[in-house]
Design a protein around this ligand. Structure first.
Ligand code: G3P
Ligand code: MG
Length: 467
């Protein structure tokens, strides 16, 4: 968690913020609801109870407008931000949603402003970032993102593909082989996580250039690599025993990295330059994510780490006469990654906004571009968490191609991240207004109607039921 506790405020706010913002927000939302003139048919046809609402405090419906903030908020919380939305939050995928080929997707800059208070309700909404990408220190990646999005992004609100790997440094206390990323940056990241003896493919090739016949290390590469046989620790490469392999980031040289991963997988207990008899003694192999493709600058998606993972498994099978290699992946869509994100969001809400309620937001809107990782993971997380509604929103600016059938169905599909943010806010305002007015309606449909955006597609069946 970074020491940053400054509130993320917009450069310019359309209206002055005040402690009565929630009351004003309520009035605005109710006004909008009335303007929408929802037909009775829509209202009457909805009878299903939203489990989310069933779990919220029953006193909320009858509460005065000025207390629209969740009852879980502790008024005495020291750094409480009076204008913060305490009952919902956003989490964002990065590539294909906010950034593409190193440049911000234009609507992303506006979306951040909206989250930071430039919205008609004057509220700020907590948010975090959850990317499968990596290859740099989290602090460095946040600096890049801050520039791209024109806001201050803190490591306290950021998770990349390899972040959860830090939790394995006490499991693997010996030598680990780290693959991927620019130069030797991932070695430094792994060391900062607490891994004690980190080697890379470059170190191995420097010690024995015959390892990868087609890769020539430049003088610069060599200077950055460890001199394994001259450090006083190892006399020969076969003295090195790899406890685990971690693919931290996308490989910059697939052929030599593939060769070395296969070598280690076929080795005797991870000992370099050896072969086990049955090819079943290799150490565990972890990938920081499993995306076969991702959205970069090119008009078509590019191959990602998940593709290398498949290749490793297929080649291992070929080289061992049919043996299966089991590898592991972190990142989305793993539920564990979303659980990690939940903990981060809790800490971020407290540190940044003074929200110290233990229950957390009722709804987290996750905005992603890849059905197989973002939408699949969000939906899986939603199915496992009774207290928080993880609501998946798919954008059309990245991997997902408009007009195709997503492999995993989102709760809503929108053109871009700005639409996603506006949609989530309207949906929440509809919930608040409906509760205050004792109405019964479909949240998704109301939000869509409020934005007057026919291109937004909702699959949901979320209803709010009048008391
Ligand atoms: O390598 C990065 C890519 O696979 C996915 O990044 O931000 O879309 O999760 P993101
Ligand atoms: Mg993405």
């Amino acid at each position: 968690m970074s020491g940053t506790t400054q509130l993320q405020r917009p450069a310019l706010c359309r209206r002055a913020l005040s402690s009565s913002s929630f009351a004003e927000a309520f009035d605005a939302a109710r006004q909008k609801l009335n303007e929408l003139e929802l037909d009775d048919e829509t209202s009457a046809s909805v009878v299903t109870s939203d489990p989310l609402d069933a779990m919220s405090d029953p006193g909320l419906d009858s509460a005065p407008a000025s207390s629209l903030a969740s009852p879980f908020t502790t008024p005495a919380t020291p750094a409480l931000d009076p204008d913060v939305a305490d009952d919902f939050a956003f989490a964002f995928d990065i590539d294909g949603v906010l950034v593409r080929g190193g440049e911000a997707i234009p609507e992303a800059i506006e979306a951040m402003k909206v989250l930071n208070g430039e919205n008609e309700y004057g509220i700020r909404i907590p948010y975090i970032f959850l990317t499968n990408g990596g290859g740099k220190f989290e602090t460095e990646r946040c600096r890049d993102l801050s520039k791209q999005l024109e806001i201050e992004v803190s490591p306290g609100q950021f998770i990349c593909g390899h972040t959860p790997m830090r939790e394995l440094c006490n499991k693997y206390k010996g030598t680990v082989l780290v693959i991927g990323g620019e130069g030797e940056q991932c070695r430094q990241v792994a060391e900062s996580y607490g891994f004690r003896d980190v080697i890379t493919p470059g170190d191995i090739i420097k010690a024995n250039s015959a390892t990868a016949p087609f890769r020539n290390l430049s003088e610069k590469d060599k200077a950055a690599c460890r001199d394994l046989l001259n450090e006083g620790k190892y006399e020969k490469l076969s003295d090195v025993v790899v406890d685990a392999v971690f693919v931290f980031a996308d490989s910059r040289d697939w052929a030599s990295d593939l060769q070395i991963i296969i070598d280690v997988a076929m080795s005797k207990g991870g000992r370099l330059e050896t072969r086990s008899e049955n090819s079943d003694q290799g150490p565990p192999i972890y990938f920081s994510h499993n995306d076969v493709v991702w959205s970069a600058a090119h008009e078509h998606v590019r191959l990602g780490m998940g593709a290398l993972r498949r290749i490793v498994e297929v080649v291992f099978e070929q080289c061992t006469g049919g043996k299966q290699l089991t590898t592991h992946a972190f990142g989305k869509p793993q539920v564990g990654t979303f659980e990690f994100a939940t903990r981060l969001l809790q800490q971020w809400r407290a540190a940044q906004h003074g929200l110290t309620d233990s229950k957390g937001p009722s709804t987290v809107y996750f905005v992603g571009d890849t059905p197989e990782s973002d939408i699949r993971g969000t939906n899986a997380m939603d199915a496992t968490t009774p207290d928080t509604n993880w609501y998946s929103i798919l954008v059309k600016t990245g991997v997902y191609q408009d007009g195709t059938e997503p492999a995993y169905k989102p709760r809503a599909t929108v053109p871009n991240v700005l639409d996603a943010v506006n949609y989530g806010i309207e949906r929440e305002m509809a919930r608040r207004a409906a509760k205050g007015a004792g109405k019964m309606l479909m949240l998704d449909e109301v939000a869509k109607k409020a934005l007057a955006a026919p291109e937004i597609k909702v699959y949901g069946d979320d209803y709010i039921v009048a008391e």
